[in-house]
Design a binder for this molecule. Structure first.
Ligand code: TYD
Length: 208
């Protein structure tokens, strides 16, 4: 695997405040004049956004699903992520390959090796320098605590066992890839969570 300097990903289960934390990091970077681009998976290019729509709204075979995530990722990494890194920009990506390993590998039970093989050519071995993992059991997610259960897409509609398997997947990945993983336990006060993320990224010299 090739570590891409200046490429950061965010991972975690549904409803744990990932999008909020991504936004808060970008606000910090803007206020401190640090250049970045923000992108997401599945998506990030016009074509990958179309694939996202297909995946999240159609029932499909699990291999079809895993391959579509990889296809979207291939377009995204080649058209957006790598060119931006080459221009010296920091790239922040909401979800990446680890989501495929956790959702398709663990929860859909395709296994790590199959998912890595499916993604082999898509990602050309490119892995992020750091992965911020919001370590919160989906059973106790903020969304659940607030009693807000919005079932927007096919993954969110899966049962508790599925989401527990995703969470276990991320925990295992965070141990296996501990050198790039930054495990953050979300606090009730989202500013505290954001501050820990900023501190950890600064400690590693990824941001200032
Ligand atoms: P999204 O709305 O981005 O979810 P969230 O706001 O929780 O990040 O929807 C993406 C869904 O797709 C989410 O349930 C995670 C799932 N997913 C996979 O199953 N495999 C993948 O490789 C990726 C990138 C996402």
């Amino acid at each position: 695997m090739k570590i891409i300097k200046g490429f950061i990903t965010f991972e975690g289960c549904e409803g744990v405040g990932k999008s909020t934390q991504v936004r808060m990091l970008t606000e910090y970077l803007t206020s401190t004049n640090q250049d970045f681009i923000l992108t997401r998976e599945p998506g990030g290019t016009p074509l990958a956004e179309k694939i996202r729509e297909l995946i999240l709204t159609n029932e499909m075979d699990i291999y079809c699903e895993a391959n579509l995530f990889a296809a979207a990722r291939s377009d995204h990494i080649n058209k957006v992520i790598l060119p931006a890194v080459q221009r010296g920009k920091l790239v922040i990506c909401d979800r990446y390959l680890d989501s495929s390993l956790a959702y398709q590998g663990y929860a859909r039970q395709l296994g790590q090796e199959t998912v890595l093989n499916i993604n082999k050519y898509a990602v050309e071995n490119c892995m992020p320098q750091a992965t911020v993992f919001l370590d919160m059991n989906p059973e106790h997610s903020w969304r659940k605590q607030k009693g807000k259960v919005i079932l927007n897409d096919r993954m969110e509609k899966e049962d508790n066992a599925f989401h527990q398997a995703v969470y276990k997947g991320f925990l295992d990945l965070s141990k296996k890839y501990s050198s790039r993983y930054i495990n953050i336990i979300p606090q009730k006060d989202k500013l505290l969570t954001s501050q820990s993320i900023i501190d950890e990224l600064r400690k590693r010299g990824i941001i200032t």
